[in-house]
Design a protein around this ligand. Sequence first.
Ligand code: FES
Length: 164
Amino acid sequence: MPFALTAEREKQVEALLTRYPNARAALIPVLWVCQRQHGWISPAVRDWVAQRLDLSTATVTGVVTFYTMFFDKPVGEHVIWVCRTLSCDLRGGKAIQEHLEQRLGCHAGGTSTDGKFTLMKAECLAACGQAPMVQIDDDYHENLTLEGLDQILDSVGAAPAEEA
Ligand code: FES
């Protein structure tokens, strides 16, 4: 199915294109606008971006597959990144990941059976002083305990722990 932006998001793209010296320089922010709408960068989105910016599909694909912030497969409604680099690991990052896996019912790299959450492992997310931490969508949650994590998961609509 061909991809198209909504009129409002197309205006965002037009505004972006005025801020960069050429279309290629706007590639990352344009992909971001598309992912905000579609949830991931599907082949149809890549084709649309390539055509819109007059780039090759290979160029668009290279950027999409290089940056972890772009999803080249469908993801859940919310994406949870658990930091597994040294500072977070020294302060319980492994336990945080295991708790998330148990609560969501999926392993890192997977999506909960209700399709609501995708769990991903991240390299350092630059909040080492507040380790351990997770990123849920655009928000950082720092100095986590398992109890605090449960409260956060409750607030974003994860299934209760006993049902997971
Ligand atoms: S090690 Fe986790 S934020 Fe840096």
